[in-house]
Design a protein. Sequence first.
Length: 457
Amino acid sequence: MKKSVTILGLIFLFNTFLNAVNNNSNESYWHITTSSGYEHLLTFKIKEDNSFVFYSRKNAVKQYLGEKRFNMGYAAGKIKSSEMVRIEGTSYSKSDTLFLKGVYNSFYSEQGFEACIVNDEISGVLIHKSTRRNKFKGQSVDVFKPLKNYEAMIDSAIRITEENIYDAALLNTNEWMRYVNHLNSLKRFVCDDMDFEGVFNFSVSSLPFTHFGLSLNKKRLVPAKKKSKKAELKSFFNLEEKDTLTALFTINSFGGSKKHEMDSIITILKTKNYKNLIIDLRKNPGGTIENAMPLARYLVKDTTYGGVFLTRKWFDQHKNPPHVDDYARFQHFSHASFELIINGIHDQEGLCLKVIPDNKTYTGKIIILTSKRTASTCEPLVYALKSNPNTVVIGENTYGGMLNGEIFELYPEYTLWVPTAEYYTADGTRLDKIGVAPDIKCKAKEALEFTFQKILK
C-alpha cells in the first residue's frame, strides 16, 4: 500500500513539475470564485491568433466516469470535454486591459462568458440563456495546487456516512467498498470545488441507496433575488378547473413552508367537489411529509398506515425489516413535522406513518400522473392510493428515491446528505431504488393528453 501511494504521489509531483516547466508567458493559473459560490482553479492560455482557453484539471471527467462510460457519453454528445470546466473564445487588448469573450462549458451547463483582466486580477460574468448573470472574480496564482484540503474533506465525508447511515450492513456491500476505493484513489488529485463534487457525486448512482451526496453551501458574492410569494405559489401548486366536473392539481414540489397553501387548495377542492381530480406529480422531486399530509388526509376514506421508517437502532438489532403485523409496536405519527421525524429517527427503532382521514374526504375518480422524476415524498402517496379502486396511475415508473435523508456539515463550505432511515410501505414493500409502477404506462409528456382522450372522454 505504501509503495502504490508513493508512486501515485511521484506521478502527481511529476505532472506539477511539467506544468511549471511549460508555464511560459502565454500560460498562467487562476483562482476564480463565482457568485454561486464555486471556487475554480483554471489554467489560462492565449494563442497567437488572440484566441484563448481556460480549463480545469485535465482528464478529470474521464477519471470520474471511467474510460468506457466517458467515451460513450462523448460519442453521444452528452459530454463536451474531459475537463469539468472549459472556456474558449477570443480576446483583444486595450490600454492595460485584456478583454475576453467566449463560451463557458461545464459538465452541467453552457453559458456565455465575458471578462477582463487587469494586471493579475480577472472579473466578469457568465450569461445564462435566461439572461441570468453569474458574476465572478479572481486572481492569478503561482502554482497549480489544490485550493482546499479536499483529501481531509473526503475522509470526513466517509466517516460521517459510516457513523450515521441507517444500516451498517450497507458498509460491507461490494458497491460501497468500490465507491470508497474510487474516492481514495482520486482524492489526492482533486484541485477545486467542481472537481471535488465530480469525484464524490458522479458514482453515487451505483450505490444501493439514494439520498446521498454532497452540495456546496453557496456563499454568494451577490445575494440571490428572493422570489415573490405569488411566484413561489405558482411554481409549487397550481389548481386549474378543466370543466365543471374535472380539476387539474399540479404539484411541482412538497418542499418549503407550504402547508398553509396546501390547506387552502384542499378547502377549494372540498367546496367544488369535482367528480374527477387529476394530480400531476410529473415534475415533483419530493419534499416534506408535513406538506403532503393534508392531501393524503383528503384522499383516503379510512385510517391508513402509510408505512414505516426504520432507523440504525432497528438494524443494529435486526437483520431484516419487521413483519407488517409488527408495525403497531412503533411510535405512530399522523401530523408530521420535521422535528418530530428527526427526533424519532434519532431516538426510536422506527416511526410508523398513520393517515387519519378528514371529516370530509374526496369521493370521485383520482388520476395521478407520474414520471421518472416523481420521487421521495410522492412515492408513498402514489403507492398507497394506487390500491384504491377509484384511482388510476398514468405515466412512467417513479424515480425510486424514498428514504429519510439528513444534512451534515462538511466543513463550512459543504453539506453532506446521508440516508438515516429506510422506508417500507404498509404492506412491507421497499421503494428506494425501485419506485412505483403506473397502472397505465405511457411517456410522461403524453400522460395528460392520454387522460383526457382515453380515461375521461
